[in-house]
Design a protein around this ligand. Structure first.
Ligand code: AMO
Length: 436
């Protein structure tokens, strides 16, 4: 066993090693998951990004046999050896090594057991995230997250959307002032962006159909299993559409996505022990007024016009399973850019997309007339002059438009069956956590 890493490359991943390679020489590299001794044989379980391979060292190779004792869990090794077809081994084949190189060592004991045999609480998991997500059921969450963003991007591009990137350092609020993070920006105060909202609306007047997948920042005071300070949002905006059109688009996207994940992530869903049911179109649509009545019937204390509390959302989750929409919210409780209904301006053309008790997305038809937008800013006690950079674009031919923002982290929670949003983010940021 030597530690001079001349050629660090590998010829195969563990998943490539099967009985069909019997007799062939391969070079694998990865992490020592486990070492076992069984009489005259030692086994190394080698893990890489694709899975595991069994490295079998018979006593007859006395040099390597002794040197296995120098290895520890999570050491990075490179193994050159011959594939041997064997039914009992995990993939129908094992590797008989000719050479094992240690490329790096790891401390012992490790702060948590990546094989998952010893349970660790969520804080310990998050504090030692790199080790934590080496567990297959944790890796699976992030493969599904990767596939989710990928499938959404492909779906929207196929429908003629243009992907945009909007600034995350901004001068004024887009969703109202309360949960902004101020930052020091040279001689001025600036803020972290809460949403791509204003910029995506402006871009609808150029590209007509735009989307962005990017972080947004919310200074959430509450500590819950569904709120973070740094959130990834899928933002969509479409010119010449109203809220019905963009609800239909979202519904189609969600069905496509669930099917895509079922088809392309079967290994990961299995690691998570997750049966994914594809929602059926059309998703039920309830008005806000319907929902308030339903909740009142269940004895939840809520008056028309009030926000839905966490406790009320939990109750809704018991009453309504899976995917549904809540539409026509009170205008007063929605952001200034949402269009009030013509027939009843105390309601607006807005919707939330729900999955059980979780709000996954919200959206609506936007106001595209400048004077109405100024009136709504004033009603919401926001200062129109702070929005002059935005309002002026409404003098340049702003089309009617509509859109939505979908929380990617919450979507991954649903797809993976995770109980806490923190499990679905590599390095979550919340009120208490700013590292690692
Ligand atoms: P909204 O504020 O409802 O709408 O955000 C859209 C979606 O983003 C997710 N989300 C969050 N997820 C975790 N933690 C948070 N603190 C958090 N805040 C929001 C939710 C939510 O449904 N501009 C509008 C969208 C639009 O109208 O196009 C907006 O930002 O899943």
């Amino acid at each position: 066993m030597s530690d001079d890493a001349y050629d660090i490359r590998k010829t195969h991943f563990t998943s490539d090693v099967g009985p069909e390679l019997d007799g062939k020489e391969v070079v694998l590299a990865g992490w020592v998951e486990n070492i076992r001794k069984l009489g005259g044989i030692k086994f190394i379980i080698l893990r890489d990004k694709e899975g595991q391979s069994q490295i079998t060292i018979p006593k007859s190779n006395s040099k390597l046999f002794d040197e296995v004792d120098n290895l520890g869990k999570e050491y990075v090794i490179q193994v050159r050896g011959t594939v041997k077809k064997i039914e009992k081994a995990p993939q129908g084949a094992e590797i008989i090594p000719k050479e094992i190189k240690i490329l790096n060592t790891a401390i012992s004991p490790l702060p948590l057991d990546p094989s998952g045999k010893v349970d660790a609480n969520l804080d310990t998991q998050l504090d030692n995230r790199v080790l934590d997500i080496r567990r297959p059921e944790k890796t699976a969450i992030f493969i599904i997250r990767h596939e989710t963003a990928n499938a959404i991007r492909e779906f929207l591009i196929k429908k003629g959307f243009t992907e945009i990137n909007t600034p995350k350092i901004i001068a004024s609020a887009s969703e109202g002032g309360a949960d902004l993070f101020p930052i020091s920006y040279y001689e001025k105060e600036a803020f972290l962006s809460q949403s791509a909202q204003l910029y995506k609306e402006q871009m609808s007047s150029v590209f007509e159909k735009v989307f962005e997948i990017a972080p947004c920042y919310r200074a959430e005071l509450s500590r819950t299993v569904r709120h973070l300070s740094e959130v990834y949002a899928v933002d969509v905006e479409v010119a010449f559409n109203d809220y019905e059109d963009v609800m239909n688009l979202l519904e189609e996207l969600i069905c496509h996505l669930f099917k895509h994940i079922k088809k392309n992530c079967s290994k990961e869903l299995m690691a998570l022990n997750r049966e994914l049911a594809v929602p059926k179109k059309p998703f039920p649509r309830y008005t806000y007024t319907d929902i308030v009545e339903k909740l009142q019937k269940e004895g939840v204390g809520i008056n028309w016009g009030e926000d839905i509390s966490t406790q009320a959302y939990r109750k809704l989750g018991e009453l309504l399973e899976g995917a549904y929409f809540i539409l026509d919210w009170p205008t007063a409780g929605k952001p200034f850019y949402i269009l009030p209904r013509k027939d009843d301006p105390k309601l607006c053309e807005s919707f939330d997309f729900m999955y059980g008790w979780l709000e996954m997305a919200s959206g609506g038809t936007r106001i595209h007339k400048k004077d109405m937008l100024i009136k709504r800013l004033e009603e919401q006690k926001l200062e129109p002059t702070s929005f002059s950079f935005h309002l002026k674009t409404f003098d340049w031919g702003m089309p009617p438009h509509a859109g939505w923002g979908l929380g990617l982290d919450r979507l991954v929670m649903i797809l993976t069956g995770s109980e806490n949003i923190r499990e679905c983010v590599l390095y979550p940021r919340d009120r208490d956590r700013l590292t690692p």
